[in-house]
Design a protein around this ligand. Structure first.
Ligand SMILES: Cc1cc2nc3c(=O)[nH]c(=O)nc-3n(C[C@H](O)[C@H](O)[C@H](O)COP(=O)(O)OP(=O)(O)OC[C@H]3O[C@@H](n4cnc5c(N)ncnc54)[C@H](O)[C@@H]3O)c2cc1C
Length: 643
């Protein structure tokens, strides 16, 4: 490991570097690597279930639960450990995430003392495998419209959980098809003939012997595109009775006469507060997507550094793939964005840790955390899907062989764009958050309510700075004007361009949506017609947040050599993003055609400048070599052996 690699890793590893090192040293790749040969579905599920048990025995899962609930209270460390698992078999990461993160998270965050005492010890030690049963066949993104009901029966002091229609069947539920014994079931809570909206109820689904309990029908989703070791299943409830006290009652409770009470009066606010406490799953998926992307880039960059193809005319030696500009263009801007996203992820994990560990609830910080998690999750998982595909192509035929991991990384991460919130829907949430300036007077969060509110309030919408407010403003103030002579690598100019795009998109979006307040117009149509604009606004926001995270990480780096390289990588992230969006910048007169060409030239120059550093840049990810055991990395040895 070079000094540069060590210093870069220090910046990338961030606040929970010690946890990363612990996992690097502790997790034996023999036991946690993806299977080296094709397994039947049952063999693979069995293998992953055993690996999850090994994780339980390692004691790591306790990190994710507050000390008061029997854990270690290191939430950031827990999410970071899960992120590191993303370098190994993603089926293990997902199954562990479903049990401890989603099921355990629901009990910890939506339940109260009685649930914590009864269930958390056996959730933490893995002896009560659980499911998080939210999605139904009929409704995935629109959780408020779930059809399962939990109806209070005062005669027996029980809740009756029932699947009202075939569309209300719980679907895709991780851990349901084979191993789960209990499910955190999201259902419409009904009492005294009145519905109180979606709440979560604990429902045992299997007995100790693994058989479905009376009234519970368990189905199997069968083979999937990836994540073959995860047993996704379907749950149907036929008037299944559980004690009233199985209602996770932190945000809404029933007494024995069926009277409903809640500390949050507004039902929509209550619903979103409940969902908001579950943000950790989204943060974890973003982290795992980052880990998988880094694995793919490490493979592709290393391969490109020793794989040769075509000799130049008269040249004795064939050219290394990484010396081709086209190849640099494929991998290095993606590498720069991967750095940027890891630094933004580190900030997000830190924010999550501080908000969720605080004694008092800070609603503004909680809203900010939810919006940030939604945006980073959407952008990181889309980036993973695109980059892993690029890496597969960059390795040619070798990239297609299962032994080289890229096909499996591609298949396993594909669904990250869908679960824990579909990316399109999440980006809409981000834009809504921006329009309302995180105000909780938001009222009804349904589309029409949002549109009306957004139209009234947009004048107050501001660009909130995320990190190092003073630093960013100083850099922007120092930028010597549009298309300045200082060139496209002026950081202040880049920051201003990102900020200007976000601000313009947000203001013009709000102006468009203002029409919805007109009694003559159909608010839904106004909003629907602007959906592309909504998504662009959210993306521009995330791009800016990510750039600011990168800029502040460069500023904090104390190693001069690493700082200089990070500065170039940050330039490459900023300029390749501007290049991607240059149509918008040109259309809106933000850059001249001449500056646009300079940006393209600067991206090429940066690719050339970073090419000699490419191996160190991926080595800095700190993925232990034994975790990357592929034929692809052994190419020079093979070529040599073959003469
Ligand atoms: C492998 C796997 C594991 C899963 N594990 C779990 C689990 O353990 N527990 C659980 O509860 N769920 C789980 N899910 C379900 C997952 O969370 C949902 O699939 C996801 O929320 C999307 O819901 P949906 O499939 O109904 O898609 P839909 O919501 O129907 O979306 C389909 C398409 O419509 C688009 N769309 C939807 N609404 C809008 C809109 N308003 N505007 C524009 N476009 C829109 C989306 O962008 C998407 O492209 C899992 C799913 C999979 C595939």
């Amino acid at each position: 490991m070079t000094d540069l690699t060590t210093a870069l890793r220090h910046t990338l590893d961030g606040r929970w570097a010690a946890v990363r090192d612990q996992i690097r040293g502790e997790f034996d790749p023999e036991r946690f690597a993806p299977p080296s040969q094709e397994l039947t579905m049952e063999e693979y599920r069995e293998r992953v279930a055993k690996q999850v048990q090994l994780i339980a025995e390692s004691g790591h899962p306790a990190r994710g639960f507050p000390k008061s609930l029997g854990g270690n209270g290191d939430l950031g460390g827990s999410v970071t450990a899960f992120e590191m698992l993303g370098h190994a078999d993603l089926s293990v990461m997902v199954k562990a995430g479903v049990h401890w993160g989603l099921f355990g998270g629901a009990v910890a965050n939506l339940g109260t003392q009685r649930h914590h005492a009864a269930y958390l010890p056996s959730i933490i030690d893995g002896t009560l495998p659980g499911c998080f049963a939210m999605t139904e066949t009929g409704h995935g993104s629109d959780v408020q419209s779930l059809g399962t009901t939990a109806t209070y029966d005062p005669a027996t002091d029980e809740l009756v959980v029932h699947t009202q229609t075939p569309a209300a069947r719980k679907d895709y539920i991780g851990n349901a098809a084979r191993d789960g014994r209990m499910a955190a079931v999201f259902a419409q809570l009904v009492s005294r003939g009145e519905s109180h909206g979606v709440h979560c109820v604990l429902v045992p689904i299997r007995d100790e012997a693994g058989s479905a309990l009376p009234g519970v029908t368990i189905g199997d989703c069968g083979a999937k595109a990836g994540l073959g070791g995860v047993d996704n299943g379907r749950l149907t409830f036929d008037h299944v009775r559980v004690p009233r006290t199985n209602l996770l009652n932190r945000y809404g409770d029933l007494d024995e006469t069926g009277v409903y009470t809640s500390p949050i009066e507004n039902p929509t606010r209550r619903f979103f507060t409940m969902l908001g406490t579950l943000v950790r799953g989204r943060v974890s998926v973003a982290g795992a997507a980052g880990a998988a992307t880094r694995t793919a880039l490490t493979l592709a960059v290393t391969y490109a550094g020793h794989r040769r193809q075509f000799a130049p005319p008269g040249g004795a030696e064939e050219v290394l793939l990484l010396d081709y500009r086209a190849h640099q263009r494929k991998l290095l801007p993606a590498l720069a964005r991967t750095y940027a996203l890891q630094l933004a992820q580190n900030q997000l994990v830190s924010l999550m840790h501080d908000v969720q560990s605080a004694d008092a609830v800070d609603e503004h910080a909680q809203r900010e955390l939810e919006a940030r998690a939604a945006g980073i999750k959407a952008v990181s998982t889309s980036h993973a899907t695109a980059t892993i595909q690029t890496c597969r192509e960059a390795c040619g035929g070798a990239g297609y062989l299962a032994v080289n991991r890229l096909p499996m990384l591609k298949a396993d991460t594909d669904v990250f764009t869908t679960f824990e919130g579909d990316n399109t829907v999440l980006l809409q949430l981000v834009a809504k958050g921006l329009l309302t300036d995180y105000r909780d007077e938001f009222g009804s969060l349904d589309t029409l309510g949002m549109v009306r509110f957004g139209a009234r309030q947009f004048a107050g919408a501001v660009i909130e700075r995320t990190a190092a407010r003073g630093l960013i403003q100083r850099l922007i103030d120092a930028a010597p004007g549009r298309d300045s002579e200082s060139g496209p690598r002026d950081r202040g100019w880049q920051l201003e361009l990102f900020e200007d795009r976000e601000k313009h998109l947000l203001e013009t979006l709000a102006m468009r949506l203002r029409k919805a307040a007109d009694p003559e117009s159909d608010a839904f149509t106004v909003f629907n017609d602007a959906q592309d604009h909504v998504l662009s606004t959210a993306r521009a926001h995330v791009d800016r947040v990510v750039l600011e995270a990168f800029v502040s990480a460069v500023d904090e780096c104390t190693d001069a050599g690493a700082k200089a390289v990070l500065d170039q990588v940050c330039d490459l992230y900023a300029l390749s993003t501007i290049e991607t969006e240059k149509g918008w910048y040109l259309e809106h007169g933000r850059i001249t055609p001449a500056r646009s060409k300079q940006v393209t030239a600067a991206v090429n120059d940066l690719c050339a400048a970073l090419r000699p550093r490419a191996q160190e840049l991926v080595d800095a990810f700190g993925i232990p070599e034994s975790w990357l055991g592929t034929e692809l990395l052994e190419e020079p040895a093979r070529a040599f052996a073959q003469g």
